[in-house]
Design a protein around this ligand. Structure first.
Ligand SMILES: Nc1ncnc2c1ncn2[C@@H]1O[C@H](COP(=O)(O)OP(=O)(O)OP(=O)(O)O)[C@@H](O)[C@H]1O
Ligand SMILES: [Mg+2]
Length: 228
């Protein structure tokens, strides 16, 4: 079996790409299935590498730094050895993100629940449209979804946001790629930042907490989306 590759991308920084990459990789590793997971840090800021280096105990899964435009080539060497490969993308659109798109079976776009954040995804969606012919030439389709991250836990998603997101599900020309939104939202919770400070995630420090429950629900949804 070849690994499935899941890439987290967005042009915007600070939206939770690294946090979600780490959380999902951890959930896949610690879950009942004990998946074999590789986390690729594709950001020149090396946030995921720094995160794992802050750990006092052994890493739960390997983290490799590959901030290059050759990820789609490099990833092939790792496919036989893992069940899932997670790629943490940089906060910009360029050759590295293009390479992540070519490398990935599924692309997830984390973003905050604000109209500004939704608008900021336009460049990513354009990049995906540009990449589509190349993916098709490799017999691959583009599967992509938004993930609402850093949501205020006290408020529901506004109707305007839900509507703005749903527009992308039925693309209008020149867009051709449908972009759904995963049902699980990740709220802003201090345990995310606190656990990251010691190279961990909420799943390790508060396994029965709300943040962990959200991460587990999101991971289950991502698996369905990836395998479905
Ligand atoms: N759900 C959350 N709750 C609380 N803090 C969060 C959450 N998600 C992310 N953060 C914090 O927000 C900051 C930015 O998150 P993160 O590094 O995951 O974003 P990013 O998209 O990877 O940014 P960059 O583009 O700079 O790599 C970090 O300090 C992180 O700890
Ligand atoms: Mg990051």
């Amino acid at each position: 079996m070849k690994a499935k590759v899941i890439g987290f991308i967005n042009r915007k920084g600070g939206v939770g790409k690294t946090t979600l990459s780490i959380c999902v990789a951890t959930a896949l590793t610690l879950g009942e299935q004990k998946y074999r997971v590789l986390l690729i840090d594709a950001d020149t800021q090396r946030s995921a590498m720094k995160w794992v280096n802050r750990r006092e105990t052994d890493p739960l899964f390997p983290v490799v730094g590959l901030p290059t435009e050759m990820i789609h080539r490099e990833v092939k060497h790792h496919l036989p050895n893992y069940d899932y490969i997670i790629i943490d993308g940089p906060g910009e659109i360029g050759a590295i993100t293009r390479s992540i798109v070519l490398a990935s079976d599924v692309l997830l776009i984390p973003m905050g629940p604000s109209p500004v954040d939704i608008e900021a995804t336009e460049d990513v969606l354009s990049l995906l449209e540009q990449a589509k012919p190349f993916k098709e030439a490799m017999d691959q389709e583009i599967r992509v979804a938004f993930v609402v991250a850093k949501k205020d836990s006290r408020t529901a998603l506004g109707r305007d946001i839900v509507e703005a997101l749903s527009v992308y599900q039925q693309p209008v020309e020149p867009r051709t790629i449908p972009v759904g939104t995963l049902n699980t939202h990740i709220c802003t919770r201090v345990v995310h930042a606190e656990s990251a400070a010691t190279g961990q995630s909420p799943l390790e420090v508060e396994p029965t907490g709300k943040a962990a429950a959200e991460v587990i629900a999101l991971t289950i949804e991502i698996l369905k989306f990836t395998d479905g």
